[in-house]
Design a protein around this ligand. Structure first.
Ligand code: FAD
Ligand code: UQ1
Length: 440
C-alpha cells in the first residue's frame, strides 16, 4: 500500500550537505523510507532484510516481472539437466510480504528530488534508494538476432526465451561446427559462455557424435578466463578435450538462411571470419538497462551506477546505494557477489539511515562455478584484485564432482531459502572456519 507523505530528508543527509540534501521539494508524493528498484537477486534479498527491520509500509520494491528466475540454473537447463520451470517462481512468492511490490517499470530517476517515475506516470518518493537493476540483454546489437532464435541450431542460456533452444540444438546436432560466443561487453557470470560448451562437448561425446563435431569458442576477450589460476586450469581442459579457442573474435552477425555466423577480429577490425554452424550458442552484448544508462547523474561513462567500490554508497548521492550487476564495482558480476554485497549493504545502509557514515568494506568477493560437464566443476572464487579467495580447504583449481553437486543440488536451495530471505551473505564465515581463522 502506498502512503501519502511529504518528502523529508534523512538526518544523515542534512549533515552530509550532499546534492540530495538541498532539495526543497515539499510536493506530496507516494513515498517510502526505502525504495528498491529491481526485485532480482540483489533487490529481493535487500528488501527481505530491510522490510523486516523497518516494518510494513516502509519499503517498496519496484519490479515489473511476474516471475523471478534463478538464472544460474539456466546453464543446467541448456544442458538438459534441469527444466526451465524449475528455475523460476512467481515474484509474488519471493518478494517479502512486509514490502510493497509496485509492479511497474521505472522509467526515470530524479536523484536531486528523491523520486523515481514509473511507466504508469506515478512518482515514488524515497528517503533512501537502492538500485538493483541488473543487466539488459542487447541481442539486437547482433545483426540477424533475435530473429535467428526462431531457426534451428541457435540458442542462448542467458534468456528464458531462448535457453530451451540450447538443449534442442544439442539434441538435434548431426555434424559440423558447434560455436560458443562471448561478446565485447561486460557480462554476468563470465564463465557461463564456456560452461555450456564443456557440457555440450560431453553430451556429444556420450552420444557418439563427438567425431562429427568441431567445437569452437570465439571470445572477444584476450584471455580464456580473467583469473590466471582458473584460466590455467581451463586451458588444460580445452586442450584435453580438443576444443578450439579463438581470442578477440566478436560475433557481429547471424545468417540463419545459410547457417553462418560472422565474427570481427577485434585486433584488426576490418577483418571478419565467417563460420558455418550446426549449433550456435550466443552470449549477447549486455549493458545496464536504458533507464539507468540515460541518467547521467547516477552513472559513470560506461552507464554503470557510480558507487564507492567498497561501501556501495553512491559517489554523489549519499542516500543512494547500489547492489549487483548494475554497479561499477570492479568485480565479476555474479549472484555470489550479490550475496556478499547484501551484508555490506545491510550494515552501511543501516548506518546511513541512523546518521552515521558507512564502515563496512566489500573485498569484491565473487564466485563462478565453472561447470565442465555433467559431473564436474572448478569452483572459482576470487576478490576484486583477482586473488583467489577460496572457501574450501583444498585446491579449487581442480575439476571436482563435489563442487558440481554443490552447484547443481545445494546452490538453488541456498538461493531460494536463504539468500532471497536475507539470511545468506556469502561464504565468509564458513571460509574462516574451514581455514581455521587464517583466511580473510
Ligand atoms: P537480476 O537478478 O538480473 O535482477 C534485476 C532485476 O531488475 C530484474 O528482476 C529485472 O526485471 C529488474 N528490472 C530491470 N529493469 C527494470 C526497470 N526499468 N524497473 C524496475 N525493475 C527493472 N551467478 C552466480 O553466482 N553463480 C552462477 O553459477 C551463475 N550462473 C549464471 C548463469 C547464467 C546463464 C546467467 C544468465 C547468470 C548467472 N549468474 C550466476 C549471474 C547471476 O544470475 C546474476 O549476477 C544475478 O542475478 C545478479 O543479480 P541482480 O540483482 O544484480 O540482477
Ligand atoms: C554463492 O554464494 C552464490 O549465491 C547464492 C552462488 O550463486 C548461485 C554461487 O554460485 C556460489 C558458488 C556461491 C558461493 C557459495 C559457497 C558455499 C562457496
Amino acid at each position: 500500500m502506498l502512503v501519502q507523505r511529504s518528502l523529508v530528508l534523512p538526518r544523515a543527509l542534512q549533515k552530509a550537505g550532499s546534492k540530495a540534501h538541498f532539495s526543497t521539494a515539499t510536493t506530496s508524493l507516494s513515498s517510502y523510507k526505502l525504495v528498491i528498484v529491481g526485485g532480482g537477486a540483489g533487490g529481493c534479498a535487500t528488501a527481505a532484510k530491510f522490510s523486516s527491520k523497518l516494518g510494513k509500509g516502509q519499503v517498496a520494491v519496484i519490479e515489473p516481472s511476474t516471475m523471478h528466475y534463478y538464472q544460474p540454473m539456466w546453464t543446467l537447463v541448456g544442458g538438459g539437466m534441469k527444466k526451465l520451470n524449475n528455475s523460476g517462481k512467481p515474484m509474488s512468492e519471493v518478494l517479502p510480504k512486509k514490502a510493497d511490490w509496485i509492479k511497474q517499470k521505472v522509467v526515470s530517476f530524479d536523484p536531486d528530488n528523491n523520486f523515481v517515475t514509473t511507466e504508469d506516470g506515478n512518482q515514488i518518493g524515497y528517503e533512501f534508494l537502492v538500485v538493483a537493476l541488473g543487466l539488459q540483454l542487447n541481442y539486437s546489437q547482433v545483426k540477424g538476432l533475435p530473429e535467428a532464435f526462431e531457426t534451428p541450431g541457435v540458442g542462448s542460456n542467458y534468456s528464458p526465451l531462448y535457453v530451451q533452444k540450447t538443449f534442442e540444438s544439442l539434441k538435434n546436432f548431426k555434424e559440423g561446427n558447434a560455436i560458443f560466443t562471448f561478446p565485447a561487453s561486460p557480462v554476468k557470470c563470465a564463465g557461463a559462455p564456456q560452461k555450456i560448451m564443456y557440457i555440450s562437448e560431453e553430451y556429444l561425446r556420450k552420444n557418439g557424435k563427438r567425431s562429427n563435431a568441431n567445437i569452437i569458442y570465439n571470445t572477444s576477450l584476450p584471455v580464456l578466463f580473467g583469473i590466471k589460476k582458473y584460466a590455467d586450469a581451463l586451458w588444460k581442459v580445452v586442450e584435453e578435450r580438443n576444443i578450439n579457442v579463438n581470442l578477440r573474435r566478436n560475433l557481429i552477425e547471424v545468417k540463419p538462411d545459410t547457417r553462418e555466423a560472422v565474427f570481427q577480429n577485434l585486433d584488426e577490425p576490418e577483418e571478419t571470419f565467417t563460420y558455418e554452424y550446426e549449433m550456435l550458442h550466443v552470449t549477447p552484448p549486455m549493458s545496464t538497462p536504458d533507464v539507468l544508462k540515460s541518467c547521467k547523474a547516477l552513472t559513470d561513462d560506461s552507464g554503470f551506477l557510480n558507487v564507492n567500490k567498497e561501501t556501495l554508497q553512491h559517489t554523489q548521492y549519499p542516500n543512494v546505494f547500489g547492489i549487483g550487476d548494475c554497479t561499477n564495482v570492479p568485480t565479476a558480476k555474479t549472484a555470489a557477489a550479490v550475496a556478499a554485497q547484501t551484508g555490506i549493504l545491510r550494515k552501511n545502509l543501516s548506518l546511513t539511515m541512523n546518521g552515521s557514515s558507512p564502515t563496512a568494506l566489500y573485498d569484491g568477493y565473487t564466485s563462478c562455478p565453472l561447470v565442465t560437464g555433467y559431473s564436474k566443476c572448478i569452483l572459482a572464487e576470487f576478490d576484486m584484485n583477482g586473488n583467489p579467495l577460496e572457501t574450501f580447504p583444498f585446491d579449487q583449481g581442480k575439476e571436482r564432482r563435489t563442487m558440481f553437486h554443490m552447484k547443481k543440488d545445494v546452490m538453488p536451495a541456498l538461493y531460494w531459502q536463504l539468500m532471497l530471505r536475507g539470511f545468506w551473505e556469502g561464504p565468509k564465515i564458513p571460509r574462516k572456519i574451514m581455514h581455521l581463522g587464517l583466511s580473510r
